[in-house]
Design a protein around this ligand. Structure first.
Ligand code: ADE
Length: 259
């Protein structure tokens, strides 16, 4: 998978050199490039923002540096053999157009389902806005070559897209085959089946007068699985009742309904 991040703070993305994502980059599973938007400014002061039409507080990111930077990212992707926006929007390759992800509190909420969907795409480009956002015409222009996805981490406001990109790249990257050594660990984690994860324990079995649940020492796989499922259901109902409402009833068994 090819990933491009465009930002005025490339240093923010240095964390993507670390841990599992860093290793996946070194192993060639993820090809990630960070591009400094200021390199595409068109004046000697390297200006990337200006005052908003219509007035109001704050500054808006100018369109031209964005168009030049995104075109460069597209051209580099095409030169390296990734799809580069040359297809007609109606061609069969339409689903392999690069995806332009624009982090914004005004976007669609980024969920595990979205992460899963994006982990199957060939080329993701992240456009980190700052200030009050990017001139909207950039988004319209980009639709000619990209599938554009404005994405929000949640209902709160960050100072820019960089932190959101760190979260999204980690959530998407770990789903790319080979990135996580043991793919089984993806099966039982929170949100994989619409429920929160069950509580986990390790040695010692007794710690500061607190014992682990006895069933976990029983060696009885069926009872352990049932206990874990019950804990998932109870925890989800308590912490995230909205998730219970969204559960597919066909995926619940009789014992689930009794919890
Ligand atoms: N940029 C600013 N706030 C954001 C949020 N909540 N999610 C994604 N990007 C953002």
């Amino acid at each position: 998978m090819r990933l491009d991040v465009v930002s005025i703070f490339p240093e923010y993305l240095a964390a993507l050199d670390l841990s599992l994502i860093g290793k996946a980059r070194r192993d060639g599973l993820l090809e990630l490039t960070v591009t400094d938007l200021r390199n595409y400014a068109t004046d000697r002061h390297r200006t990337v923002d200006d005052t908003p039409y219509g007035g109001g507080a704050g500054m808006v990111m100018k369109p031209e540096p964005w168009a030049l930077a995104l075109q460069d990212v597209l051209d580099r992707g095409a030169a390296d053999g990734h799809t580069g926006g040359a297809e007609e929007p109606t061609s069969p390759a339409v689903n392999q157009r690069p995806v332009l992800i624009v982090p914004s509190p005004a976007g669609q909420v980024f969920t595990q389902e979205v992460a899963r969907e994006l982990s199957e795409r060939e080329h993701l480009v992240f456009a980190c806005g700052r200030y009050e956002g990017i001139d909207e015409r950039v988004i319209e222009w980009a639709r000619e070559s990209f599938e554009v996805r404005p994405m929000s981490l949640g209902d709160y406001v960050l100072n820019g897209g960089e932190v959101a990109v760190l979260a999204m790249v980690e959530a998407i990257g770990r789903l790319v085959p080979g990135v996580i050594g043991n793919p089984e660990s993806l099966v039982e984690e929170s949100h994989s089946d619409g429920l929160l994860e069950y509580p986990v324990y390790t040695k010692p079995a007794s710690w500061r007068d607190r014992e682990i649940p006895e069933v976990l020492l029983s060696g009885h796989h069926g009872r352990i699985a049932r206990w874990r499922r019950d804990e998932q259901l109870r925890r989800t109902a308590r912490r995230r009742p909205d998730l219970i409402e969204d559960l597919d009833p066909a995926l619940l068994d009789k014992q689930d309904r009794d919890v």
